[in-house]
Design a protein around this ligand. Structure first.
Ligand code: AMP
Ligand code: GLY
Length: 417
């Protein structure tokens, strides 16, 4: 099978790595990719937001499966354009991707499907904002309605800060604060059948101890030793299947990856958000544990044949990923700094630990930083403790001036396991 992956972050590197290990994949292309993905896939240049250009590239390459990684092209309808060219595509239509593209749409779908989530108001005027903030009280949760790369959400006890964020957005969702640990559960669906993956936990805040601003994600681990063994089953019944059924009922069937961001509250599981694509950095740890070859699973979603798929097989290993971010991430990340130590990790830590590239590119003979999140160092081990040790040993070999990473990824879960 010839496969084309659209995107160029650590998620796409993780996808390409798994696809490159899949014996069914005869040719692997990635557009636009990055310096790390170039080691496992042939890179092509494309404007990922241009559906016609992506479809033309897929046709030219003879791709038999296109995987659209990031949310922006999905919301822009790139998967629709690829399917219109007669090529199977993993990823939802532009309409269905509104589940991620608009928080207000997601709330409406959840209400229709009876899916448990935080109570919320959609506000467009300062008066509505005041009323909603007052109704819920602190801590305030204020979300930009549109796509904001995980950075449109402000959770704060400070009324002024909540008000300022709300009034800076055209349309905001203000909602009830959900207490309790967060879990990311991904499911692959063809619009009817839903196949859950293994749960993971993401670390959204920039600094140790969950301090600092929200980011796209600073690290992740899987499995979750502290979670109820029935969690996946429960989320399937109360969240994933009803949401997929509701979207089909509305005439906007959702196929691709349905990402449920969940809070495990004292009153039960609540949806914090949906995404319409693999999460980053959770994908890095989930795919590190998936033993079933990936291409066939994603093709079954694209072709609507998930009901015939064999049950997924999972490794008993634990996986941890630690994100190395550039100086000043998430505010105004500095780019263009050389990255060292990549060969040392490949020589000394592989195959248990490896580097997945996020924002990197080649400059001269060197690999340099090209984004906020630069690398995602991923490791597997017999338990979280070993996976953590291996991940951090590899992180220690990476040199990137001014870079930052959290030192407490999976620490609490490993200590309690
Ligand atoms: P989102 O982009 O909706 O995932 O929000 C980013 C992060 O903000 C989440 O991962 C949570 O840590 C936090 N957050 C969002 N909504 C809530 C809520 N209702 N209660 C508490 N924290 C929230
Ligand atoms: N890990 C958070 C996200 O992918 O949105």
């Amino acid at each position: 099978m010839k496969v084309l992956v659209i995107g160029g972050g650590a998620r796409e590197h993780a996808l390409c790595r798994s696809l490159s290990l899949d014996p069914d994949v005869t040719a692997l292309y990635c557009a636009p990719g990055n310096a790390g993905i170039a080691e496992v896939a042939e890179l092509r240049a494309v404007d990922a937001l241009d559906g016609a250009a992506v479809a033309a590239l897929a046709t030219e390459l003879g791709a038999e499966l296109v995987i659209v990684g990031p949310e922006a092209p999905l919301v822009a309808g790139v998967a629709d354009a690829v399917r219109a060219a007669g090529i199977p595509c993993f990823g939802p239509s532009g309409e269905a991707a509104q589940l991620e593209g608009s928080k207000a749409f997601a709330k409406d779908v959840m209400a229709g499907a009876g899916v448990p989530t935080a109570r919320s108001y959609v506000c467009t005027t300062p008066e509505e904002v005041e009323e909603a903030l007052d109704a819920f009280g602190a801590p305030y949760v204020v979300k930009d309605d549109g796509l904001a790369a995980g950075k449109g959400v402000v959770v704060t006890d400070d009324l002024e800060a909540a008000r300022a964020h709300a009034n800076a957005c055209d349309r905001v969702v203000i909602e009830e604060f959900l207490d309790g640990p967060e879990v990311s559960l991904f499911a692959i669906t063809d619009g009817t059948t839903v196949v859950p993956l293994q749960p993971a936990q993401d670390f959204k805040r920039a600094l140790d101890g969950d301090e600092g601003p929200n980011t796209g994600g600073m690290g992740a681990y899987s499995p979750l030793p502290w979670a109820d063994p029935k969690l996946v089953e429960e989320v399937m019944e109360t969240v994933l299947q009803p949401t997929v059924d509701e979207l089909r009922r509305r005439g906007t069937p959702f196929s691709g990856l349905l990402y449920a961001g969940l809070a495990i509250t004292s009153r039960g599981v609540r949806v914090i958000e949906f995404n319409a694509r693999f999460g980053d950095p959770e994908t890095q740890v989930v795919l590190a544990r998936l033993k079933t070859p990936l291409a066939g699973v994603l093709l079954a979603s694209a072709n609507g044949t998930l009901a015939d798929l064999e049950p997924l097989r999972w490794s008993e290993n634990a996986a941890v990923t630690v994100v190395v971010a550039s100086h000043n991430y998430p505010d105004t990340p500095r780019t263009g700094d050389p990255i060292t130590g990549l060969d040392e990790v490949a020589a000394q830590d592989a195959p248990h630990a490896y580097v997945l590239h996020a924002g990197t590119r080649h400059e001269g003979g060197a690999v340099v930083s090209a984004g906020g999140r630069v690398l995602s160092v991923t490791a597997i081990g017999s338990g979280l403790t070993e996976a953590r040790e291996r991940a951090y040993a590899a992180v220690a070999r990476i040199g990137l001036d001014g870079s930052q990473h959290r030192t407490d990824i999976a620490a609490k879960a490993a200590a309690e396991a």
